[in-house]
Design a protein around this ligand. Structure first.
Ligand code: SAM
Length: 267
């Protein structure tokens, strides 16, 4: 997958050189390109914002600057295929006239967007290109999202929570990490994705423990040391249900009754 990040603070994204994201990039699973929005400004002050029409506090990011940037970034070629194992040159991409159009997502982080969920991340993991436009100040002129929605681009205005940040960069990092860890080969053990919170079961994950067995007088639950896989699975399911009911009752309400067994109902 190719990810393009457009921002006035390119240095913000150096963290993508590290950890799993850094390894995914090195392995060619993720191609991240960071663009400085000011490269598309047209004046010597490299202005990206202006006063809001209708008055009010703060500044708004200009549609013309964003339009020039996004036209160019959305026209970027797909991630090239990797070189073969012997280290030879990458094969020339073959243009298939019957191939479906490349799936391109243009995402705008904004506190007024739809809440970002695991289901959205899963859907975006199937895209070819994810472009994230990082707003600052009072946000980006609304015509930018509206314009690209009319093109062959899927536009997503998303929020990472009910609070307001200074800029879209932190929210862009959240989206990149949520999506990239779902790409084939990014996690060492893809089984990790099966039982985690917000996965198919629709519950929060059960509590987890590791060595030492006893720590500051707190014992590891005995069942986890029993080696009885059926009992462990049942205990974990119970703890997931209790935790979810306490912390996220909305998730319990959303469960399909046919997915609950008799014991689930008792819990
Ligand atoms: N005036 C805007 C409002 O009240 O909705 C807030 C603008 S905020 C100060 C500047 C930028 O931070 C936004 O354009 C967006 O990119 C980003 N941002 C802030 N909070 C966010 C959130 N909860 N989720 C996603 N992006 C957010």
């Amino acid at each position: 997958m190719r990810v393009d990040l457009v921002t006035i603070f390119p240095a913000y994204f150096h963290v993508l050189d590290f950890s799993l994201m850094g390894r995914a990039r090195e392995a060619g699973l993720l191609d991240v390109v960071v663009h400085d929005l000011r490269g598309w400004t047209a004046d010597r002050h490299r202005t990206v914002d202006d006063a809001p029409y209708g008055g009010g506090a703060g500044m708004v990011m200009r549609a013309d600057v964003w339009g020039r940037a996004l036209d160019e970034v959305l026209a970027a070629p797909p991630t090239p295929p990797e070189a073969d194992e012997e280290g030879g040159d990458a094969p020339e991409p073959v243009l298939d006239p019957h191939a479906p159009p490349r799936r391109r997502i243009l995402a705008f982080p904004t506190p007024s967007g739809v809440p970002l969920t695991q289901a959205i991340a899963q859907d975006l993991a199937g895209a070819d290109q994810l472009v994230i436009a990082c707003g600052r100040y009072e946000g980006i002129d609304q015509r930018v999202a509206d314009h690209y929605r009319d093109q062959e681009v899927e536009v997503l205005e998303y929020s990472i929570g009910d609070y307001v940040l200074n800029g879209g960069e932190a929210a862009a990092l959240v989206l990149v990490e949520a999506v990239a860890r779902l790409l084939d080969g990014v996690l060492g053990n893809p089984e990790s994705l099966v039982e985690e919170s917000y996965s198919a079961a629709g519950l929060l994950e059960y509590p987890v423990y590791t060595r030492p067995r006893s720590w500051r007088g707190i014992e590891t639950p005995e069942v986890l040391l029993s080696g009885d896989h059926a009992r462990i699975a049942r205990w974990r399911r119970d703890r997931s249900l209790v935790r979810t009911a306490r912390r996220r009752p909305d998730l319990i309400d959303a469960l399909d009754a046919k997915d609950l067994d008799g014991r689930d109902r008792e819990v």
